[in-house]
Design a protein around this ligand. Structure first.
Ligand SMILES: [Fe+2]
Length: 199
């Protein structure tokens, strides 16, 4: 299986209320593409060439050291960016509905409390990483991972994620990560996140 960079379902300038066109373009065609290329290079000629990305991340700790570090960084980078770019839209609704909303209210008290917790995690995470809403058994949890570590390796099902590497926001926001985090809600594709939850 040769891993590939998925196309985006929107143009690079469509999410201007969140991030600018230049950042989106570099993020997708240079950063994300780079993880895909490095992952393919690592796997080429190994026994893991045909293993799915999800299975590679699930079984990360059983991989030989040489493959493991690259799958952790580049496989995680690939998977996390598929989820991130695939969870954004320029014309979404401003909150989830149905079973996902009920689960959020059950786990966090209310949608507003969930948002506050997610923002707090994203704003306070030290260095590069990701903020997540994940499914853990019957519960939902908010947490962050370092580098490109994936919740799939931790046994969780990822639902929603926010890239908190500087490459995701620095051109538009510089050191103001808080503004970037707050603007994220303008472009979340809740329909897509509902589908991930119900899958
Ligand atoms: Fe990124």
């Amino acid at each position: 299986m040769k891993h590939k960079l998925p196309d985006l379902s929107y143009s690079y300038d469509a999410l201007d209320s969140f991030v600018d066109e230049k950042t989106m373009k570099i993020h997708h065609t240079k950063h994300h593409q780079g993880y895909v290329d490095k992952l393919n290079k690592t796997l080429q000629g190994t026994n893991f060439e045909d293993r799915s990305l999800e299975d590679l991340l699930k079984g990360l700790n059983e991989l030989p050291d040489k493959v493991k570090t690259s799958v952790r960084n580049n496989g995680g980078g690939h998977s996390n960016h598929i989820l991130f770019f695939g969870g954004l839209t320029s014309d979404g609704k401003n909150k989830p509905e149905g079973p996902l909303l009920e689960a959020i209210e059950e786990s966090f008290g209310s949608f507003e409390e969930f948002k506050n917790k997610f923002e707090e995690v994203a704003k306070s995470h030290f260095a590069s990483g990701w903020a997540w809403l994940v499914k853990s058994g019957n519960d939902l949890e908010v947490y962050s991972t370092r580098g490109h570590d994936s919740p799939i390796t931790d046994g969780y099902q990822p639902l929603l994620n926010l890239d908190i590497w500087e490459h995701a926001y620095y051109l538009k926001y510089q050191n103001k990560r808080g503004d970037y985090v707050e603007n994220f809600w303008k472009v979340v594709d809740w329909k897509e996140i509902e589908e991930r939850f119900e899958a």
